[in-house]
Design a protein around this ligand. Structure first.
Ligand code: PMP
Length: 421
């Protein structure tokens, strides 16, 4: 028995599935989850002492890799000053100013502890601002685990037996409208039928929780136009894409501006942080200025704020995005040469779309290639045996970090060439 297997047996007695977030349990790829003891650069180390090249990167936050030195020293300094103050403090101010001064549509923001909280709070603001109750979301998009967002969601729900979570309040089910991605006529029809009841439309502008499903800019523009016409707010969930596909996220790449935006992952540099922000008059609805209540004991935790700032400071001038793009393009080129694989990529986010046909882009869950999950599962453990760690689900995307070099990319490609079928 390996040490991972021993720990897993113990963990099963402590937590559902032995884990604290479902995908980590390896249900999707089978076998026993590996218990990792740490990470450095582009590598993870398991409790049995084996090393893996990591292409999951904690599901996105670690754009600089594990153990980035500047983040480490910012965190160490912050720890020396005290790790929870529960007061006004300068650290969230610095991070907030850093973001607001670089992203024009974020005039005001509020830090929370996760992407889930950011989304919940943004929806509350939208309902208060419009006096409406319905929320429009898209099939396959994941926005965290607030009730209203757990209908037709991706991520850990993508291959669950039911596409919606159990235990949702009746109101959540009644008040959430679900639209297909990539389908303007369906959107037009939904807005025609419900436009006056919709408080907000929320979308991952670059859906990355059901594989990577790049949307046509024209589709996103139609969504933005319909929302505006019908008096609904547009919330862009950039928890994954924010600070990842560019400092300002995906919105400027497709030429749309949100009313509200949600962030997580990179904004905390690997510590628990989320944020929601947007136009000042909307954000001024939030307590203590306005009537929308939202609070948090650990919100804007100074250690997390300093980690976030040290991360964003390394990204702001764009140099790292150019490097990541070059490296990711190299990966894409190499993978396209492998007949058994097709890959979808935007910046440093890639998705192995196994069984997809070259030349056609998968944009909706309905176009998910038949056999993709089975193929991913079949190659997952052989890849682990070769020291490659991918997210343990075919529905999750892969991430490159600034710590991956060309040799790491070549190792991944060689391992995939040997295992993909
Ligand atoms: N929105 C999106 C787009 C996400 O990908 C996620 C998490 N993967 C969330 C929201 C929820 O964030 P968290 O897990 O930090 O609650």
């Amino acid at each position: 028995m390996t040490h991972s297997e021993e720990l897993y047996a113990r963990a099963l007695r402590v937590a559902p599935g032995g884990v604290h977030s479902p995908v980590r349990a390896f249900r999707s790829v089978g076998g026993t989850p590996l218990f990792m003891s740490g990470g450095a650069g582009a590598r993870l180390r398991d409790v049995d002492g084996r090393e893996y090249l990591d292409f999951c990167m904690a599901f996105g936050p670690l754009i600089l890799g594990h153990g980035n030195e500047a983040v480490r020293s910012a965190v160490t300094e912050a720890l020396g000053r005290g790790w929870s103050l529960g007061t006004a403090e300068p650290y969230s101010l610095e991070l907030g100013e850093f973001i607001c001064s670089r992203i024009p549509w974020v005039q005001n923001l509020r830090f929370v502890n996760s992407g889930t909280e950011a989304v919940m709070s943004a929806l509350r603001v939208a309902r208060a601002a419009t006096g409406r109750s319905k929320i429009l979301k898209f099939e396959g998009c994941y926005h965290g685990h607030a009730d209203a967002m757990l209908l037709r969601a991706g991520s850990g729900l993508a291959d669950a037996p039911l596409p919606d979570s159990a235990g949702l309040g009746a109101e959540a089910v009644r008040e959430t409208l679900v639209a297909p991605l990539d389908d303007e006529p369906a959107l037009e029809a939904l807005f025609a039928a419900h436009g006056r009841e919709i408080a907000a439309a929320i979308i991952e502008p670059l859906p990355a929780n059901y594989g990577l499903l790049p949307q046509r800019p024209a589709f996103l523009a139609t969504l933005a136009r319909l929302a505006r016409q019908h008096g609904a707010l547009l919330i862009l969930d950039e928890v994954i894409s924010g600070f990842r596909v560019g400092f300002q996220g995906y919105a400027p790449l497709v030429g749309i501006e949100p009313d509200l935006v949600t962030y997580g992952k990179i904004i905390g540099g690997g510590f628990p942080v989320g944020a929601y922000g947007g136009r000042r008059e909307l954000m001024q609805l939030v307590a203590p200025v306005g009537p929308v209540y939202q609070a948090g004991t650990l919100s804007a935790n100074p250690v997390a704020m300093c980690a976030g700032l040290a991360t964003l400071q390394q990204l702001a001038d764009g140099t790292l995005y150019a490097q990541l793009e070059a490296r990711a393009a190299r990966l894409e080129r190499a993978l396209r040469a492998l007949p058994a694989l097709s890959v979808q990529r935007v910046g440093s986010i890639f998705w192995l779309c196994l069984g997809g046909s070259a030349g056609s882009v998968v944009r909706t869950p309905k176009q998910y290639p038949a056999g993709c999950v089975q193929r991913y599962t079949a190659m997952y453990h052989p890849l682990l045996a070769r020291g490659i760690y991918l997210a343990p689900s075919a529905f999750e995307v892969g991430f490159l970090s600034a710590a991956h070099d060309d040799a790491d990319i070549d190792l991944l490609c060689a391992a995939l060439a040997a295992t993909a079928q």
